[in-house]
Design a protein around this ligand. Structure first.
Ligand SMILES: [Zn+2]
Length: 126
């Protein structure tokens, strides 16, 4: 279950950036080629954040489709599954251009949310 290791690094990164502030949301970009199971990652994340400044934070996972450029014919291909094969010439000589991402895209911090609500002149639902 490599989701646990991934969740650990997400928590480490988020805590470092938050610098003691409370984290309410984490947006994650995960490339398709990472073969991460989102439910397993969310499960591991929820376990790890207990008792930290990330407790209760909402983990949102955005999956990035795999894509590549064929080194043989130059065609760009979206690669929905393995093996990575050019849809134009069926060659396997693919340079991967997307799908290997694994990064924390943005963090929602409680401080910034409070700030936004104050400058707005009050809470508005809708
Ligand atoms: Zn090709």
């Amino acid at each position: 279950m490599h989701e646990l290791a991934i969740a650990e690094s997400i928590v480490t990164i988020a805590e470092r950036h938050a610098a003691g502030r409370r984290v309410t949301g984490v947006e994650l970009k995960v490339g398709h080629l990472r073969q991460v199971v989102p439910s397993a990652l969310t499960f591991a994340f929820d376990l790890l954040v207990e008792g930290t400044t990330l407790e209760g934070a909402d983990l949102r996972i955005e999956e990035v489709p795999a894509a590549g450029v064929c080194r043989d014919c130059g065609a760009e291909t979206v690669l929905p599954y393995f093996p990575l094969q050019c849809t134009s010439c069926e060659g396997l000589n693919i340079e991967v251009t997307a799908g290997e991402e694994l990064l924390v895209d943005s963090l929602e911090l409680e401080d910034e949310l409070e700030h936004a609500l104050t400058t707005d002149g009050g809470r508005s639902n809708g």
